[in-house]
Design a protein around this ligand. Sequence first.
Ligand SMILES: Cc1cc2nc3c(=O)[nH]c(=O)nc-3n(C[C@H](O)[C@H](O)[C@H](O)COP(=O)(O)OP(=O)(O)OC[C@H]3O[C@@H](n4cnc5c(N)ncnc54)[C@H](O)[C@@H]3O)c2cc1C
Ligand code: FES
Length: 364
Amino acid sequence: MSVDCRHIDNAPVFNVTLKGSGRRFAVAAGETVLEAAQREGIALPYSCRAGVCGSCKAILLDGDCGYPRNPPVALDASARAHHAVLLCQAVPASDILIEAREVTSVEDVARRRLAVTVARKWALAPDVVGLHLVPAPGEARLRWLPGQYLDVLLADGKRRPFSIANGPGPDGIIELHVRHVAGGGFTSWVAQSLREGDTLHIEAPLGTFVPREDSERPMLFMAGGTGFAPVKAIVEHFLALGTRRRIDVYWGARSAADLYLREQAGGWTRAAHDLHFHPVLSDPEQAAASGLREGFVHEALLEDWPDLSGHDVYMSGPPAMIDAGRQLFAEAGLPEGQLYYDSFDYAPDVLAQILGGRAGIHDA
Ligand SMILES: Cc1cc2nc3c(=O)[nH]c(=O)nc-3n(C[C@H](O)[C@H](O)[C@H](O)COP(=O)(O)OP(=O)(O)OC[C@H]3O[C@@H](n4cnc5c(N)ncnc54)[C@H](O)[C@@H]3O)c2cc1C
Ligand code: FES
């Protein structure tokens, strides 16, 4: 048996077989395994689509593949030694057999492009804008699963990903929480120039950070900053279902103002059977001034739950928090299959440009 994943420039058509389900699909020349699976309507997990977050990690059981686009920086030496591959970047160099988590729940919801109108724009926090988008006249309502994200399609062909902060409802509203990043082209434009009534073009739904209902385990949610958006959507989904599973929500930010929906999240604890909300501030002065817990959000979660073997953990937010969670939660006994996440990396084109300049932007 040959198992190898190295740098190659071109690839002819090969077949991919998924070990668990036995499903099989062809990969066209130059396509990644993830792109081919999506074309065939097979949902494999992913988030950044740039090789940096690790959420598309799978095990290569047989065959060869390569990384002609971005290097697989989310794989450390140990993962490579165990034949881990990143499906968002891996291009087969032979027929391959892989072991990957399939997320069949998202397969029923077709991805599409549509024009949306900005129905409402408001300030959630000093650097966070809330947006309500509705399908433009003539467009059908969008379907999505709570926790998924959309790509805003820019005029130059680039895309900017943002999580949808609510579940689909009869009003058709799509809620976004957009943080203005320093030097960021699109988020600066949203903060300064976007007006109610303007039209945006989006592709959605995307992503596999969705509720997993095939478990009875208690759930831990960890959000950093606007990582609260998809967490909000998933928690609200479980509350609407009337789940009896215990839920703990940890939301970390620098200052109290950055926890922009703290009252709403606090309100969940009154409405829900067994939900506990834990706001955490990383700035000691801000924590002291507001009387909130001080520290990094992943450290607070681990202080409370040193053994994670019996939990399902959902996390979303900045890459540094996601990296810390991936590593430290595994050390606390969390099986990889019980961890779901979206890493709020920059857009794939920006990461590709950065990775083209240097070998790795993450420590993973
Ligand atoms: C799945 C997913 C979901 C997300 N959801 C959300 C969300 O709900 N809310 C949210 O606020 N954010 C979210 N994000 C993050 C969001 O997509 C980014 O903040 C956004 O794409 C930034 O776009 P921009 O055009 O403003 O910045 P860009 O213009 O893309 O620049 C981003 C940063 O990179 C720097 N940069 C650009 N090019 C280079 C280069 N070549 N070398 C070095 N640095 C460079 C810029 O100076 C700037 O600091 C999500 C990301 C992902 C992947
Ligand atoms: S590393 Fe592949 S989706 Fe992030």
